[in-house]
Design a protein around this ligand. Sequence first.
Ligand code: GCB
Length: 646
Amino acid sequence: MARAASGGARDPAAPAPPRPAPPRPAPPARLGARLLAGLRAAGCEPRAGATRGRDGSMSRGPAGAWVALGPLLWTCGLALEGGMLYPRESPSRERKDLDGLWSFRADFSDGRRQGFEQQWYRAPLREWVNGVHVAEHEGGHLPFEADISKLVQSGPLSSCRITLAINNTLTPHTLPPGTIVYKTDASKYPKGYFVQNTYFDFFNYAGLHRPVLLYTTPTTYIDDITVTTGVDQDTGLVDYQIFVQGSEHFQLEVYLLDEEGKVVAQGTGSQGRLQVPNVHLWWPYLMHEHPAYLYSLEVRLTAQMAAGPVSDFYTLPVGIRTVAVTERQFLINGKPFYFHGVNKHEDADIRGKGFDWPLLVKDFNLLRWLGANAFRTSHYPYAEEVMQLCDRYGIVVIDESPGVGIMLVQSYSNVSLQHHLEVMGELVRRDKNHPSVVMWSVANEPTSFLKPAAYYFKTLIAHTKALDPSRPVTFVTNSNYEADLGAPYVDVICVNSYYSWYHDYGHMEVIQLQLATEFENWYRTYQKPIIQSEYGAETIAGFHQDPPLMFSEEYQKGLLEQYHLVLDQKRKEYVVGELIWNFADFMTDQSPQRAVGNRKGIFTRQRQPKAAAFLLRERYWKLANETGHHRSAAKSQCLENSPFAL
Ligand code: GCB
């Protein structure tokens, strides 16, 4: 048990004593290999099968037992052990990025279908170090890690081989769900022909999409930190809880530093409350003259081990802010917040879904150019580095799980629900400390009118709230307001609609009536704030038509303008946000409805603006000036001149 578990926050009125210099850390003794998500359990040609380790160590042990115990056992037993702090360098920790080109090996052997015949896809993703199996994980997008201290060799000539086997098959019980369908008509398909079906609209890229990191900690180390924040008049409150692994005998010191590096509060012990007088709150972009204020929480651990003292240091960025929902409003720091932003995808030319810093910086510059203050991580958790930039730039996030395409009745089974609960646990564990995250979304457009959806969403939402009582929870619906069985459990109604796009083609004149009626129906039924979580039109950049025809830039603009007329009325009542579909064009499966991907972006896939980007820019800056709580902001073409440039 942790020692010194009581609060121990210092008197906020007393001046902060100088911090003692960090004690000299003991040499790092524990090596953790962290495979930071991107291990998307989706997407490659199923015929490529699971990628095999170079050592060929794909043998599965007693297959029957695996199938019988299946994902439930693995997710329950393994997924939530320990914390998932982002690996950072510190005086006691080293971090090495293993980015680059790995030796990929697709299986072209005669037995390559074995995996499908024996249903290996029911098993999680696996990882070996120097031929020893160290970890497995089910599901993509969220990080997992393993302690590999005992396996790495020491000495100048030794090398360390890390092997990953990634199984990209989607089943009705994975997230997202999918099905493997065998085509048995011998007149049309060769023997054994099958396809992977999915129920979502983005390309299912295979492989590793995010960094693989190797990092060290001392043998006794800070394993997890949970921070929740509050405000009492002009005093900020930071409640912290720290988990330590490796010893029960340790001391913890905690310092909160402002942006100038000055200690503004300090405490000791595994949990406590820090009080920050004259607090600088974390405000969203364009809601304050100094948005996104981040403090640093420095945690110092010292433990007495048989071999001598051990120290560990970890610094967590902390934004102090509150989030609340009323019948008609979404409040940040007690002030009404209106989401004017976008839905995104992790997608671009060349990189596909792969994480890319320059792309990320470009996207954030475009968001700021646009005057967007929010986005939804449609339709899966984004890389941790994205969330860190949101914290830094004040971009508010609706953090969505990979619960997209939940269509089939089988996907509401207990096996599926158990996995979904586990995934929400992993998501909350990873993103709980980000001030930018203001709401969890457990799913996108499920068949929430099906009978089992009621129990499924009731359980899932209650579980997510229990994991994190500090944030509202939603899922994004496109079901009819009367038929939706999950809506009673959400805090905010998030509705997608495509008036004059997927029906009433070309008839923009019906949008206002249909949209206003829909809002009124939802509000009358639930008295909860509403977000227009998707709307948009497919547009090929450079297509022009007057009068506006579908797929032209003029049609996209015209359709958005019709939506805006209604949004402008209803935002005075209970509509609290609008998120365009989509920030940029993105790749999808091939179909007659998609002309090389989904073209509903207001930017092209190469991040060039369509006419709609300029329209939205006008609107978002106007909204910022109306709804922000600061002196009027002049939008500028060039970010350096912007009052909000960082
Ligand atoms: C939706 C989905 C999104 C699609 C979009 C579209 O409702 O949530 O994933 O890409 O519609 O363009 O059809």
